[in-house]
Design a protein around this ligand. Sequence first.
Ligand code: 0O2
Length: 270
Amino acid sequence: MQTKLWRELLTPYYAAVDELMIKFNHITKTYYDSGKYSPIELVEGRVKKISSILEKAQKKNISIEEIEENIKDIAGIRIICQFVEDIVSVVEIIRNRDDMKVLEERDYVTHSKESGYRSYHLIIEYELYMIDVPKKIKVEIQIRTLAMNFWGIIEHSLQYKYRGKMPEHISTRLLAAADAILMLDKEMSSVRDEILDAQHYMRQTDSIISEILNNIQNLYGVANKREIEKIQDEFYSIYEKNDLDKLERFCDELDVIAEGYRAQSMQEEM
Ligand code: 0O2
């Protein structure tokens, strides 16, 4: 196929990957903005290289004309989660969306591949508008934990290096590493609540601190310097105690002070 035709073929796939990455990142942001834990930790996307498309087509005996129909992972999204439980939540989110139609599901999380590979795969159909005509694009979504991803990346590079002729001692070690990854994910799941509590605490602390600092900064325009210094000293002494309740109370008090100054400056302007 000529370069120009490849570009025509691949352009919608690039657009689909861009749109889907925005959508999944938006889901994560929505969770964070509402102070909730997000089952999505990280989103990656790629369009398969022409050489890899040709290699796969050759391996599966697919003609150039059949590529779009039969190679389902030209566009690929990878969603990385912290815990195995999150994979189920992400699959549920995708199943419930109207803009992504699930065509196929492969659960390599419960039934790992012979290599030891674990991940949850969905093939979805995504409707894309290039200018005015809708086009249905197949996209492969791989959902896996951080640990599964680590293993997958390492194993993939070794597969690439040995091109299907992986020495047995290496595949044996990779299988042992896959077992260790399985154990790691189980261990992490067993302390999931503890980890989630800690992360929630950190997120809340971060958001209160940024609200306090924002209020202090705004006071610079309206309050006198001595009072601001006093407020700052008080903030530092509460901050050092690492006590979320005290920080919250301080933040509320500061809100009242800031509101008072705002009302005062509005009266002065009138
Ligand atoms: P790349 O370079 O990542 O794009 P089939 O089951 O053969 O009909 P297919 O497409 O091979 O069809 O489906 P499968 O098995 O679900 O694999 C799709 C993708 O999952 C692969 O794409 C890999 O990205 C990943 N994958 C599957 N098996 C393994 C594995 O054993 N190790 C690793 N590291 N990744 C795996 P590509 O096109 O093979 O590669």
